[in-house]
Ligand binder design. Structure first.
Ligand SMILES: [Zn+2]
Ligand SMILES: [Zn+2]
Length: 138
Protein backbone atom coordinates (compact mmCIF):
# COMPACT_ATOMS: atom_id res chain seq x y z
CA UNK A 1 0.00 0.00 0.00
CA UNK A 2 1.34 3.41 -0.92
CA UNK A 3 0.78 6.83 0.51
CA UNK A 4 2.25 10.31 0.69
CA UNK A 5 2.07 13.60 2.52
CA UNK A 6 0.19 16.64 1.26
CA UNK A 7 3.19 18.22 -0.50
CA UNK A 8 4.56 14.91 -1.83
CA UNK A 9 8.03 15.27 -0.29
CA UNK A 10 7.47 12.16 1.84
CA UNK A 11 6.20 8.92 0.34
CA UNK A 12 5.80 5.57 2.02
CA UNK A 13 5.01 1.96 1.41
CA UNK A 14 3.38 -0.44 3.86
CA UNK A 15 2.42 -4.12 3.85
CA UNK A 16 -1.28 -4.61 3.11
CA UNK A 17 -3.38 -3.88 6.19
CA UNK A 18 -7.11 -3.26 6.49
CA UNK A 19 -7.81 -2.32 10.08
CA UNK A 20 -8.16 1.21 11.33
CA UNK A 21 -7.93 1.85 15.05
CA UNK A 22 -9.41 5.07 16.35
CA UNK A 23 -7.82 6.80 19.32
CA UNK A 24 -9.95 9.31 21.18
CA UNK A 25 -7.27 10.28 23.73
CA UNK A 26 -6.52 13.92 24.45
CA UNK A 27 -2.97 13.66 23.07
CA UNK A 28 -4.12 12.35 19.70
CA UNK A 29 -6.90 14.92 19.54
CA UNK A 30 -4.46 17.72 20.28
CA UNK A 31 -2.02 16.37 17.70
CA UNK A 32 -4.62 15.79 15.00
CA UNK A 33 -7.32 18.30 15.77
CA UNK A 34 -9.71 15.34 16.02
CA UNK A 35 -9.61 11.65 16.84
CA UNK A 36 -6.72 9.77 15.24
CA UNK A 37 -7.73 7.20 12.62
CA UNK A 38 -4.65 5.07 12.10
CA UNK A 39 -3.96 1.91 10.12
CA UNK A 40 -2.10 -0.77 12.07
CA UNK A 41 0.76 -1.38 9.63
CA UNK A 42 3.24 -3.43 11.68
CA UNK A 43 6.98 -2.71 11.71
CA UNK A 44 7.75 -2.98 7.98
CA UNK A 45 6.85 0.47 6.67
CA UNK A 46 9.36 2.20 4.39
CA UNK A 47 9.55 5.97 4.16
CA UNK A 48 11.38 8.06 1.59
CA UNK A 49 12.09 11.76 1.82
CA UNK A 50 13.73 11.41 5.22
CA UNK A 51 15.17 14.94 4.99
CA UNK A 52 11.60 16.20 5.34
CA UNK A 53 10.58 13.92 8.21
CA UNK A 54 10.54 15.50 11.67
CA UNK A 55 10.23 13.16 14.64
CA UNK A 56 8.66 14.23 17.92
CA UNK A 57 9.33 11.99 20.92
CA UNK A 58 5.90 12.22 22.52
CA UNK A 59 6.73 9.89 25.41
CA UNK A 60 9.27 7.34 26.58
CA UNK A 61 7.32 4.72 24.66
CA UNK A 62 6.39 6.31 21.39
CA UNK A 63 7.24 8.86 18.77
CA UNK A 64 5.18 10.81 16.26
CA UNK A 65 6.43 12.02 12.88
CA UNK A 66 5.30 14.66 10.46
CA UNK A 67 6.40 16.28 7.21
CA UNK A 68 8.51 19.37 7.91
CA UNK A 69 7.34 21.00 4.74
CA UNK A 70 3.54 20.56 4.83
CA UNK A 71 2.80 19.30 8.36
CA UNK A 72 1.10 16.06 7.33
CA UNK A 73 1.15 13.50 10.14
CA UNK A 74 3.10 10.46 9.01
CA UNK A 75 2.98 8.00 11.89
CA UNK A 76 2.74 7.12 15.54
CA UNK A 77 5.39 4.51 16.34
CA UNK A 78 5.63 2.28 19.40
CA UNK A 79 9.32 2.13 20.26
CA UNK A 80 9.19 -1.23 22.05
CA UNK A 81 7.85 -3.12 19.03
CA UNK A 82 8.71 -0.78 16.15
CA UNK A 83 5.07 -0.90 15.02
CA UNK A 84 3.77 1.93 12.88
CA UNK A 85 0.28 3.40 13.09
CA UNK A 86 -0.18 5.46 9.96
CA UNK A 87 -3.04 7.95 9.51
CA UNK A 88 -5.61 6.37 7.18
CA UNK A 89 -6.03 9.56 5.16
CA UNK A 90 -2.39 9.53 4.01
CA UNK A 91 -2.88 6.32 1.99
CA UNK A 92 -3.96 6.23 -1.64
CA UNK A 93 -6.33 3.38 -0.76
CA UNK A 94 -9.58 3.85 1.13
CA UNK A 95 -10.18 0.11 1.40
CA UNK A 96 -10.16 -0.01 5.20
CA UNK A 97 -12.52 -0.89 8.01
CA UNK A 98 -12.95 0.81 11.35
CA UNK A 99 -11.96 -2.08 13.62
CA UNK A 100 -11.62 -0.66 17.11
CA UNK A 101 -11.81 2.47 19.24
CA UNK A 102 -9.61 3.14 22.24
CA UNK A 103 -9.76 5.70 25.05
CA UNK A 104 -13.50 5.79 24.41
CA UNK A 105 -14.06 7.31 27.86
CA UNK A 106 -11.82 10.27 26.90
CA UNK A 107 -13.95 11.09 23.83
CA UNK A 108 -15.57 14.52 24.09
CA UNK A 109 -19.33 14.75 23.63
CA UNK A 110 -19.23 16.86 20.48
CA UNK A 111 -18.81 13.85 18.14
CA UNK A 112 -19.33 10.10 18.02
CA UNK A 113 -18.98 7.52 15.26
CA UNK A 114 -21.96 5.50 14.07
CA UNK A 115 -19.65 2.51 13.33
CA UNK A 116 -20.23 -0.40 15.68
CA UNK A 117 -16.78 -1.49 16.90
CA UNK A 118 -15.22 -2.96 20.00
CA UNK A 119 -14.11 -0.19 22.37
CA UNK A 120 -11.57 0.05 25.17
CA UNK A 121 -11.50 2.54 28.02
CA UNK A 122 -8.29 4.18 29.20
CA UNK A 123 -8.10 1.73 32.09
CA UNK A 124 -8.49 -1.26 29.73
CA UNK A 125 -5.82 0.12 27.37
CA UNK A 126 -3.37 0.53 30.24
CA UNK A 127 -4.07 -2.97 31.53
CA UNK A 128 -3.51 -4.49 28.09
CA UNK A 129 -0.68 -2.44 26.62
CA UNK A 130 1.17 -0.25 29.11
CA UNK A 131 4.57 -1.31 30.31
CA UNK A 132 4.85 -1.80 34.08
CA UNK A 133 5.22 1.55 35.78
CA UNK A 134 1.90 2.78 34.51
CA UNK A 135 2.88 5.66 32.23
CA UNK A 136 0.59 6.10 29.27
CA UNK A 137 2.14 5.32 25.88
CA UNK A 138 1.12 8.59 24.25
ZN1 LIG B 1 4.84 17.11 2.94
ZN1 LIG C 1 -4.26 8.58 21.43
Amino acid sequence: MKGHCLCGAVTFQSPVAREIGVCHCGYCRRWSGGPMLAVHCGPDVQFSGSECIEIYASSQWAERAFCKNCGTHLYYKLLATGEYFVPAGAFESTDFELASQIYIDNKPNYYSFANQTPTLTEQQVLEQFAPPGGETAV
